[in-house]
Design a protein around this ligand. Structure first.
Ligand code: ZN
Length: 572
């Protein structure tokens, strides 16, 4: 969406004073710093094929896009009360290189702080005079302290406490300075009424029953503040259009993780990948039965597969479109729904492909041998990503340590996240090879999946060893290097040894699965201590990656086209 479209909503809703901006470095220096920061996000056009949608569904889709746009304005306001005035100021200032660079950075990060640059007080502000990013966001009253809010919530009777600590209220000060919980349906009344209207109109156009149900129920939720039925309807969506729109993730509430930020993902179901998933689903028990572990550790009867949807994004907004782009999500977060129905994973295939082209391919150009670079392949990458998700459901989960029944998660404690992510990765490669050998997957994957995995290891490690994925990847890379499946070549690049890689992947799969089966926390900690490290040769490659983009900056061209179409058809 062009910024101007998203901002139209804003301009209509925000009328607050502008903030003083003090000069720091010279404008030229500020511009060059900002441009360098912005260039870490590679611009990319995001498209999806809407040709097969009948005219009524296309019109419904355009209305969903309009509703999604509103979440941009809501999200800005939720993050910081100063966001909307600051954006209006940036839009109204006389044009200059500095204004453009700041506006660009603001829109990338949805605020005046750089999402990739952490200082001692959180993300670094790039506009002079801006305060540190408030950990309470704009969910709690300005001037309140965490202790005050905590004490007040604890003092409430159960029903009120649930509301005050709930996803869908803000905390404000009432007339006498007392704290009160304000439902989102009141706090954001104007925007939510508009979104409800758009979703209802979309519901009246679509002829797909589960989509109609979700749109109607979500519209009702915006007005009633009760999201339960619409979350249930979202879990049951089975339509060519897959909309996710509403208040969801709680990370912006750094005080308590209570309050949900608005976001939207409007996407189309990918039928080919959906069929592939179904095919894999029917192989899972067979894969489990052939996992390279002692037979007693295998699960003779796997539970139902958690639902996964593969979609192509048309538009994302709000919390779902800033900084490093979301390429997949598990929702809802509301425990009432997850206890009833579990969660659904949605994977944005075209966003993953854009990241693959703009980030992974350039990384492989630096990190891999010439021969291996040419075999790095998106289909292998995406198929492995699907397999990774499926593998979380396989292997030991409920285990026995001595005589005690427990879970791998409880036994491994803080080491679990790292081990489980690494297990899903490596068992995913093992499973792909198993399906190739069985004739379920094309033999071409043998040629592409290992080199693609090696390239993507450098991408994950680049984000650092501070989180489970990065640590898990470092363990795998180093273990396979030690077992000859990968080679560090004299010219500073890395390559796959086709003669040794299969055995190495199988061996490491055995290691992780056995570790989880035995709940051996000490061994897990040892493994993390010795292998979740960046060795000198890997460091050299990481240093050479400094000019490769970190992520993408999407431009949603299909959404722009649909919106233009809709505007033209309603114009007088
Ligand atoms: Zn995972």
């Amino acid at each position: 969406m062009p910024p101007s479209a998203a901002l139209a909503v804003l301009a209509a809703t925000a009328m607050a004073p502008v903030l003083p901006v003090a000069p720091a470095a010279t404008p030229e220096v500020q511009v060059s710093v900002l441009e360098r920061q912005n260039s870490r996000f590679a611009p990319v056009e995001i498209t999806a094929n809407v040709d097969r949608l009948p005219p009524n569904e296309r019109r419904a889709l355009a209305l969903m896009l309009q509703a999604a746009q509103v979440t941009d304005a809501l999200f800005l306001r939720q993050i910081w009360a100063g966001n909307e005035p600051m954006l209006l100021q940036l839009l109204s200032e006389p044009d200059s290189a500095l204004r453009r660079a700041r506006l660009h950075a603001f829109l990338l990060g949805k605020g005046p702080w750089s999402p990739l640059d952490q200082g001692p007080k959180g993300p670094v502000a790039f506009i002079p005079g801006v305060p540190p990013k408030p950990p309470a966001a704009n969910f709690y009253p300005a001037g309140a302290t965490k202790a005050e809010v905590e004490k007040w919530i604890a003092s409430l009777p159960a029903a009120q406490r649930a509301k005050a600590a709930g996803f869908f209220t803000t905390i404000r000060r009432g007339p006498e300075g007392k704290l009160v919980a304000v439902p989102y349906s009141i706090e954001y009344q104007g925007e939510l009424a508009r979104m409800a209207e758009l979703l209802r109109e979309a519901a009246s156009l679509t002829s797909q029953p589960t989509l109609k149900a979700f749109l109607e129920k979500r519209a009702a939720a915006f007005l009633s503040n009760d999201y339960h039925d619409s979350d249930v309807a979202w879990m049951k969506l089975d339509a060519s259009i897959e909309p996710t729109v509403g208040p969801y993730e709680v990370y912006e509430d750094e005080w308590f993780n209570y309050k949900a930020a608005f976001e939207a993902f409007i996407a189309l179901r990918d039928d080919a990948e959906t069929a592939k998933l179904t095919r894999f689903g029917s192989e899972l028990q067979d894969i489990e039965n052939h996992l390279p572990i002692e037979p007693r550790y295998r699960n003779p009867k796997l539970g139902a597969m958690a639902p996964i949807r593969v979609v192509n994004s048309i538009f994302s907004a709000g919390d779902g479109n800033r900084g490093v782009q979301t390429a997949g999500y598990d929702l809802p977060n509301d425990e009432r729904i997850t206890a009833e129905l579990g969660t659904k994973r949605v994977m944005l295939k075209n966003i993953q492909e854009a990241k693959f082209q703009k980030v992974l391919v350039p990384i492989s150009g630096v990190a891999l041998s010439k021969l291996d670079q040419d075999r790095v392949d998106f289909d292998a990458f995406f198929t492995h990503t699907l397999m990774h998700e499926l593998m979380h459901g396989l292997g030991p989960h409920n285990i026995a340590v001595g005589r005690q029944r427990t879970t791998a998660r409880q036994s491994l404690q803080e080491a679990y996240g790292t081990i489980e992510e690494a297990k899903a990765d490596i068992a995913g490669l093992f499973a792909m090879q198993y399906l190739v050998d069985k004739g379920v997957l094309d033999k071409k994957y043998e040629d592409t999946m290992y080199v693609t995995f090696l390239a993507s290891a450098f991408r994950a490690i680049r984000f650092g060893l501070g989180e489970a994925h990065g640590r898990g990847t470092a363990i795998q890379l180093n273990w396979i290097l030690d077992h000859g499946g990968f080679r560090a070549d004299p010219d500073g690049t890395f390559s796959v040894d086709p003669a040794k890689i299969k055995e190495a992947v199988k061996g490491l799969t055995t290691e992780f699965l056995t570790l989880e089966a035995q709940g051996d926390r000490k061994k897990a900690q040892e493994m993390i201590g010795t292998l979740a490290v960046i060795r000198p040769q890997v460091k050299t490659v990481l240093d050479r990656l400094s000019t490769v983009p970190v992520d993408i900056e999407p431009r949603y061209v299909t959404a722009e086209k649909l919106m233009d179409e809709a505007a033209a058809s309603t114009a007088p």
